[in-house]
Ligand binder design. Structure first.
Ligand SMILES: Cc1cc2nc3c(=O)[nH]c(=O)nc-3n(C[C@H](O)[C@H](O)[C@H](O)COP(=O)(O)O)c2cc1C
Length: 360
């Protein structure tokens, strides 16, 4: 009997993952000055040892002002790089492929950590002035961003390149550009937040310019034999916002560059009030991964409330996506892949130290 597709290896360029279960990026809000510590090492290590094929770090920001919260990870000094090297090593030791999500929070930066309310962090409380496509703040509690000039946009693109180089040297094998959830790149892509009237606004060519320039910058420091993913908010769930047709078009353009290997299809996050998600149910974002895969002809990742092993396997077995990104279910249970393998009757390729865990 052949193995369920969820547990079949998958190859992107020179990188092979032992299965199609991917630990989605999950902020831990536990870094100091952007530096990972023992928390991140054990958190990511546990999930690699648990059997996932690919383990992504949380959003890792290209500058201090690009961090979502004061507890978010950064990658902009040799000290940050040394910790990312530890994270890449522990994930590899655990048998998984180490991925890093590279990000800039844009106008959603300078937020408080969720367990302290998650709202905008005032300057007097240690916050900072974020940057965005215009000076319109993300929400009432957020400091109005500085509207980026064209020269400043070029500076941020260079920061993406510099962080990518550090990630490569640190042993990361997959890089994912965070183009979703209302952060800088998505805030330029979406007509809801991008009201610029220069070359970086207006029609899709203008709104996608930052994404395409970041892609070029990241690829310039990322070797041809290593895969590059892009996470997109497939829809804004809002009148006048991005639709799945827009996202298919963006995916087609990304694919045409030959630089992108997979679109990770998330949704939402562009505004505080306005978006309306009709129903959040298991797999509610899978149709986006399916549509992008079929219509743009590029590999996709499905994400969002995928918690049942049979469901995860169905998604890849029916070619609705190539990878399944699991976040909260893997937060709850780092050995979710092992439980899934047992349930589906699959072999799981664990590290030798843990191999006896696969025997029932
Ligand atoms: C604690 C937590 C932190 C998250 N941090 C990130 C992040 O850094 N980058 C990102 O793109 N998504 C982030 N997400 C979203 C997840 O990657 C995922 O898309 C979302 O939780 C839906 O998947 P799930 O239903 O399996 O949890 C986070 C989610 C959680 C629960």
């Amino acid at each position: 009997m052949s193995s369920p597709k969820l547990f079949q290896p998958i190859t992107f360029r020179s990188v092979t993952a032992r299965n199609r279960i991917t630990v989605g990026p999950m902020c831990q809000y536990s870094a100091k000055d952007g530096l990972a510590d023992d928390w991140h090492v054990q958190h990511l290590g546990a999930r690699a040892m648990g059997g996932a094929g690919i383990v992504f770090t949380e959003a890792c920001h290209v500058s201090a002002i690009g961090r979502i919260t004061p507890g978010c990870l950064g990658l902009y000094t040799p000290e940050h790089q040394a910790m990312i090297q530890r994270l890449a090593a522990i994930i590899t030791y655990g048998g998984a492929v180490p991925g890093l999500q590279i990000a800039h929070a844009g106008r959603k930066a300078s937020s408080n950590v969720p367990w302290l309310g998650g709202k905008g962090l005032a300057l007097a409380d240690g916050g900072w002035v974020p940057v965005g496509p215009t000076a319109e703040p993300f929400g009432d509690s957020h400091t109005a961003p500085h509207a980026l000039s064209v020269a400043e946009i070029a500076g941020i693109t260079e920061q993406f390149a510099a962080s990518t180089r550090m990630a490569r040297e640190a042993g990361i094998k997959i890089i994912e550009i965070h183009g979703a959830h209302g952060y800088l790149i998505h805030s330029f892509l979406s007509p809801i937040s991008n009201k610029r009237n220069d070359a970086y606004g207006g029609d899709l060519d203008g709104r996608a310019r930052l994404l395409m320039e970041v892609l070029d910058a990241v690829r310039s420091e990322w070797p041809d034999d290593l895969p590059l993913f892009v996470r997109l908010s497939s829809v804004d769930w809002m009148e006048g916002g991005l639709t799945i047709d827009d996202t298919v078009e963006i995916a087609r353009r990304l694919k045409a560059t030959g630089k992108v290997d997979l679109i990770d299809c998330s949704s939402g996050g562009v505004a505080l009030s306005g978006p309306k998600i009709p129903s959040i149910h298991p797999g509610y974002q899978v149709p986006f991964a399916d549509a992008v895969r079929q219509r743009a002809g590029i590999a996709t990742g499905a994400v969002g409330m995928i918690t049942a092993p049979e469901h995860a396997d169905e998604i890849v077995a029916n070619n609705r996506a190539d990878l399944v990104f699991v976040a909260r279910a893997l937060l709850a249970d780092p050995a979710w892949p092992l439980r899934a393998a047992r349930q589906l009757g699959a072999q799981l390729d664990l590290v030798p130290q843990y191999r006896r865990a696969t025997l029932t």
